[in-house]
Design a protein around this ligand. Sequence first.
Ligand SMILES: Cc1cc2nc3c(=O)[nH]c(=O)nc-3n(C[C@H](O)[C@H](O)[C@H](O)COP(=O)(O)O)c2cc1C
Length: 264
Amino acid sequence: MELREVIGNRRSIRYLDPDRPVELEKIQCMLEAARIASHFGNNNAAQALVVHRDTATDEQWSCLPSPVGGFQMKMANVVILWYIHLDAMDEAGKRLRELVHCGALGYGPDRFEELEKTLVPLFDETAEFLKLPGMVDMDMGQAVAQATLMAFEQGLGTCCQGSGDWSKVEKAFNIPENCRIVVAQTVGYPLEDPATGGQRPRLPFEKLFQLNAIDNPFPRSPEVVEELARDRMLQEPATADNAEREAEIEALRQKYNLPGAGMI
Ligand SMILES: Cc1cc2nc3c(=O)[nH]c(=O)nc-3n(C[C@H](O)[C@H](O)[C@H](O)COP(=O)(O)O)c2cc1C
């Protein structure tokens, strides 16, 4: 499957096979993909603790939140707790030096001394600012996006789980104070059709993107849309009255004795 089709087919999969274990090698592939994502200043602050159903305690598993589709933790075989390690920012100068020394920035070998006097102190000084929500959450988004595509490529389904309060989870897993969980990601083999009824709704393109001025929508070429549709990146939207999709989900609800969405 070409990248465009992969992007088009990547959807949140909420119904996962609770009886089919996920190989840890596949989780490793997801983590390898996250590790090599772009990170601001190459800090690698986006880190993860993998929770494996077979080996985690019941107490640990039961504190994992699933606020929207409450059944999801019952179905997942693995949950990845993605957290930001704020200490990583304290090494900003060191990481920058590495980037320059490996030739990524094009500084040139005769300018290392200049680097030590200019960019390195600047990065060191901004460490506290970089710990604030913002850039570092962007790092996390990039890492999770790459891990998600890797999961899909290996036949796995995933869904991110948000929470307004991670303190119980952080306590249950002894996450250090200088770390902040951003999201939990359920992982397993999909029980639902990966197409899951079509493209989930999104705001109109013209409303989201502009060119040069905030009131000037980015011109959306119909030819490009057609090309992306041909390549199966842009797919038919999911509809409200899709009987086939409803039947699929209802069968899963009955088989696994699941409540509807929102029931935690
Ligand atoms: C940061 C983040 C948190 C999310 N939290 C939840 C959640 O708590 N429960 C849930 O069912 N889906 C959650 N989702 C999934 C979105 O609801 C999902 O992206 C949306 O339904 C669009 O569907 P798609 O991903 O299939 O395109 C989350 C997604 C992201 C990126």
